[in-house]
Design a protein around this ligand. Structure first.
Ligand code: DUC
Ligand code: ZN
Ligand code: ZN
Length: 471
């Protein structure tokens, strides 16, 4: 089964040029300059399927390396299953997700991972891998980290937030990092000072400050910056590579940049919500409305200028990746758990369907270049987490994960039209210049002009290698 995509502009992390793409047996087999008569041109003329990409961009399938399908949180579960969430991702041009398997304290890491395999197996529209959350660092879980690396789970996330749930103390963090320094895995960190935040939350509630806005005000930038600094110092001490997830505070990014400038393997991601949304506009919406935007780290103040600084860091390379931290909860009965107490609102925003579109607006607005869009959303996450060159770039030998993206399309984001299992959209009414036209996963068309053509179970588990992004 072969597919020939012709007439488009192929975007790589370093260039955008007119090229035709030939996919055969689920793999990219050739990139041909228009009119090329060399290897592949015969195959192209006899391809089973021909896709006309004239006037469109041909980009690698998106790699969203931070999702939480069915995450247990605050007495409920993230509302997307692997079936609904990966289908929504495909609609938005994402062809790979890396989700977080969870080990809770007192549970075997291997059991937590097995539970995640059971949730995802046979359900997914696109390929998927797992990071492993270690919620209880001890001798057994440290040993399990070595085992998991051999099974293609090559990154481990710890939390400096959520005491009593996912939290690790500094000694536990140090031990896990020593293990990663030894086995080559990437450490990932939710960097917020959770014990300090818990005091601020209790004080706010005691004063009667219970509305969603206080979620943000009780997680000030200092708590992110302090934890970021501590995590980086512990990583430096051990030699483990460190990836800080969902960065939202400009001061934390400055701290990260300082260690990057010294040559350490420390990296940061941000998410669309921190680039576009704010404490003043969304989290402070009237009544309980702001609950839709309760996530951690929280949305930051626009007056303080965090959003512009994050865009700048995406340009300079101080931030390496844009993921979503997709963690959807419905407003009814889920977000509403916190209607009289913001600390009971399940933390999370659903964006897995919109990441490619939202970041493309950065290209339209002149904030990032076309190749940088691809690098941030596709190539670097693949390299960071051991999936490149199979994923993240259109090169011979890679999986045929390709998106034909139409810069002339217009998309209006709405709960009425999205495919995520949510009863609202954090992006309601957002106008997108551009839109996904066709999505291929391993050479199979899964979405075409707004129609889902894929199948549940097409998506396969990806055993990942070690990061190929380290310096
Ligand atoms: N942050 C969220 O917003 N949701 C899930 C967990 C997290 O760290
Ligand atoms: Zn987190
Ligand atoms: Zn997360």
């Amino acid at each position: 089964m072969s597919t020939f995509i012709h007439g488009g502009t192929v975007v790589s992390p370093i260039s955008a040029q007119p090229m035709d793409v030939l996919i055969d047996g689920g793999k990219v087999v050739a990139l041909l300059s228009p009119g090329d008569t060399s290897f592949g041109s015969d195959l192209a003329s006899s391809a089973d399927t021909v896709i006309d990409a004239t006037g469109k961009y041909v980009v690698p399938g998106g790699v969203d390396c931070h999702t939480h399908m069915e995450l247990p949180f605050g007495g409920t579960f993230a509302s997307d299953t692997f079936e609904t969430g990966t289908r929504a991702a495909a609609f938005g041009g994402t062809t790979t997700i890396v989700d977080f398997a969870v080990q809770k304290a007192g549970e075997r890491v291997q059991d937590g991972l097995a539970a995640w395999h059971a949730k995802a197996d046979g359900q997914c529209a696109i390929d998927y891998g797992f990071h492993q959350i270690i919620g209880g660092v001890d001798d057994d879980s440290l040993k399990a980290m070595d085992e998991l690396v051999a099974e293609g789970i090559t990154s481990f996330k710890l939390f400096m937030a959520y005491p009593g749930v996912f939290f690790s103390d500094d000694g536990q963090i140090l031990r896990a990092m020593q293990t990663a320094a030894n086995n080559g895995a990437m450490m990932m960190m939710h960097a917020e000072n959770g014990t300090a935040i818990d005091v601020l939350v209790a004080q706010a509630l005691a004063r009667g400050d219970t509305s969603p806005r206080w979620h943000g005000l009780t997680r000030p930038w200092e708590t992110e910056e302090e934890a970021t600094h501590r995590a980086i110092m512990l990583a430096r001490l051990t030699g483990a590579p460190l990836y800080i997830v969902h960065m939202s505070a400009k001061q934390a990014v400055t701290t990260l940049a300082a260690s990057r400038a010294e040559g350490y393997n420390v990296f940061g991601e941000t998410c669309p919500q921190y680039l576009y949304l704010s404490l003043e506009e969304q989290l402070s919406a009237p009544g309980f409305e702001g609950a839709k935007w309760v996530c951690s780290t929280p949305l930051r103040s626009r007056e303080e200028g965090h959003q512009d600084e994050l865009w700048k860091a995406l340009r300079t390379g101080d931030l390496s990746v844009v993921s979503t931290d997709h963690c959807p909860f419905c407003f009814k009965e889920q977000k509403e758990l916190g209607v009289v107490n913001f600390s009971k609102i399940p933390n999370g925003i659903g964006s897995v369907e919109h990441r490619m579109d939202l970041l493309y607006q950065g290209v339209v607005d002149g904030r990032i270049s076309l190749p940088r869009w691809v690098e941030l959303c596709c190539t670097t996450p693949a390299r960071m987490f051991g999936l490149h060159p199979r994923k993240g770039e259109i090169v011979p030998g890679a999986d045929g994960d390709v998106v034909v993206y139409d810069p002339n399309a217009r998309t209006r984001i709405s709960v009425e039209t999205h495919h995520m299992n949510m009863d609202h959209s954090a992006w309601e009414g957002y106008e997108i210049a551009g839109g996904v036209d066709t999505v291929l996963s391993r050479g199979t068309v899964v979405v075409q002009r707004g129609e889902y053509l894929g199948t549940k179970g097409h998506g396969k588990f990806l055993r990942r290698g070690l990061s190929s992004y380290l310096t």
